[in-house]
Structures are given as C-alpha cells and as structure tokens.
Design a protein around this ligand. Structure first.
Ligand code: MG
Length: 99
C-alpha cells in the first residue's frame, strides 16, 4: 500500500514509523555496547528477569523487524528491495573462491 503523504495525518504516521525504526536501531546499538562491555551471556545484576544480553539483543532485533515491516506495509520502504540488498550483501560477504 502506498502511503498518502499529502495530508497532515499521513505525514505524522510517516514520521512516527521512521522515527521508531531509528529508535530501535539505537536500542540495538545499546545492546551491542553492553555485549562488548559485559559479554553476550551476562545479565544485568539488578535486572536478571530481563534476560541475558543475548536475549535482550534478540528482543531489540525483533522490535526493529516489526517497525521495518510496518514501514513496508505503509509503502515507506519496499521489503523486496530490502531483500534484494540483503542478497547483494550476502554475495559481497561470500569468501573469494580459491585460485
Ligand atoms: Mg525496542
């Protein structure tokens, strides 16, 4: 569905969804920083119920995927193009064939 940007409500939704994508990116970065500092399998001593850093990273990646999905549903990004670029990256990351 293409999203109507030519009205104030549409612009508000666009801003919210894209801001949420950015917010979740920041939360993923925060979890990655914790992993660098404290390790993948450690948990915050005062918040053990919130899981290990690995589990918290998985949750934030899930949040990010949700907002990417919403952006696709609203026509703000095209998931097929996201998939295309993921495939391009996969090819770029493939090891060079031995000569
Ligand atoms: Mg989050």
């Amino acid at each position: 569905m293409m999203f109507a940007l030519n009205n104030p409500e549409g612009a508000k939704v666009l801003t919210k969804v894209l801001t949420k994508v950015g917010e979740e990116c920041a939360e993923v970065l925060q979890e990655l920083a914790k992993i660098q500092l404290w390790g993948l399998w450690s948990a915050h001593p005062s918040e053990p119920h919130k899981g290990t850093n690995q589990q918290r990273l998985e949750r934030e990646l899930g949040d990010l995927m949700y907002w990417i999905e919403r952006a696709d549903q609203l026509g703000l990004v095209n998931k097929q193009m996201v998939g295309h670029w993921a495939a391009v990256k996969e090819r770029e990351m493939a090891p060079e064939p031995a000569r």
